[in-house]
Design a protein around this ligand. Structure first.
Ligand SMILES: Nc1ncnc2c1ncn2[C@@H]1O[C@H](COP(=O)(O)OP(=O)(O)OP(=O)(O)O)[C@@H](O)[C@H]1O
Ligand SMILES: [Mg+2]
Length: 289
């Protein structure tokens, strides 16, 4: 079981000016401090642009912090590794490989023999409801199906840490709920550390042992909410339970004050206008992402 510690993690990106050269900086994440316990299913929510995907890229070792560090079992993350599996916000399948062969990809990296690879790929395609689609190519699958293949791939890979960036966002409500329950069962069975990003408040409450709420950009941890709902897969009516509503409201309030703050900041940046009037109130500048 793996423990993750973010120590004062910041990430800024250079912003290209009119002359084509970087002239300013954009702070995506600022001073993020967070400990994810070994074997925890931690959910991160935050407004759009608050740095959630950036945070996951840093965890995956695909990008490095500008300052601070991230420790995985005490060792700083310096690059990608076989101990972490990532499910991206947008499915990343190889178009020239079939569904099963895409699932086998990570198993090849682990040097698992071909027959076992195939078996494990089929088993995991079955788990995400895609038995019968093993030999289809990505262009023959719907968006939701492609995302399921990506999920099957990271589950089959069996990493210590599973990093998931809005993996169910493109799915229909029914598939989403099925996969949420599958993920909870898998997590209980394996005790993996899972970091799950979502913009769905219900999804956060349903899955998270703890939910970390990020501020609007620059993203930092605004609050960490403990979700005490017991075994969620044991209750079919959980979403209508009063405790569920309580947590939903708590996270909703935390997020909405952030969205309001971002909107106020955007309005302030837009002033002073020529006639001193406020910009149109329907200008959509930020939303929960
Ligand atoms: N490679 C990059 N270069 C420059 N800016 C970047 C880069 N990656 C991210 N950003 C900026 O960092 C900020 C955070 O982006 P990020 O994708 O992490 O947000 P997010 O919380 O995942 O948003 P969403 O909910 O919309 O997916 C954004 O303002 C984005 O434009
Ligand atoms: Mg994102």
């Amino acid at each position: 079981m793996a423990e993750i510690i973010f120590e004062s993690v910041s990430r800024t990106f250079p912003v290209t000016g009119r002359n084509g050269r970087p002239d300013t900086e954009l702070t995506a994440l600022h001073d993020v401090n967070l400990r994810i316990r070994p074997g925890e299913l931690a959910v991160i929510v935050g407004p759009s642009g608050s740095g959630k995907s950036t945070l996951l890229d840093l965890l995956g070792g695909l990008d490095s912090p500008t300052s601070g560090r991230i420790l995985l079992d005490g060792t700083p993350i310096t690059g990608p590794g076989l101990n972490r599996g990532v499910v991206f916000q947008q499915y990343a399948l190889l178009p020239w490989r079939t569904a099963a062969s895409n699932v086998e990809l990570g198993l090849e990296a682990k040097k698992i023999p071909a027959a076992q690879r195939r078996e494990r790929a089929l088993e995991h395609l079955d788990l995400v409801g895609l038995s019968g689609f093993a030999d289809r190519y990505p262009h023959e699958l719907s968006g939701g199906m492609k995302q399921r293949v990506a999920i099957a791939r990271s589950l089959a890979f069996d990493p210590d840490v599973l990093l998931m960036d809005e993996p169910f966002a493109a799915l229909d409500a029914q598939s989403r709920e099925t996969l949420q329950d599958e993920l909870l069962r898998l997590w209980r069975r394996t005790g993996k550390t899972i970091v799950f990003i979502t913009h769905g408040i219900d999804e956060a409450v349903h899955l998270g042992q703890r939910v970390a709420v990020l501020t609007s950009r620059p993203g930092t941890v605004k609050a960490v909410v403990d979700i005490d709902l017991g075994d969620r897969t044991a209750r079919s009516d959980l979403r209508s339970a009063p405790e569920f509503a309580h947590y939903r409201h708590r996270i909703w309030s935390l997020l909405h004050s952030e969205v309001d703050r971002a909107q106020a900041a955007e309005r302030a940046a837009a002033r002073p206008s020529q006639d001193g009037s406020e910009p149109a109130s329907d200008s959509k500048v930020s939303s929960i992402g």
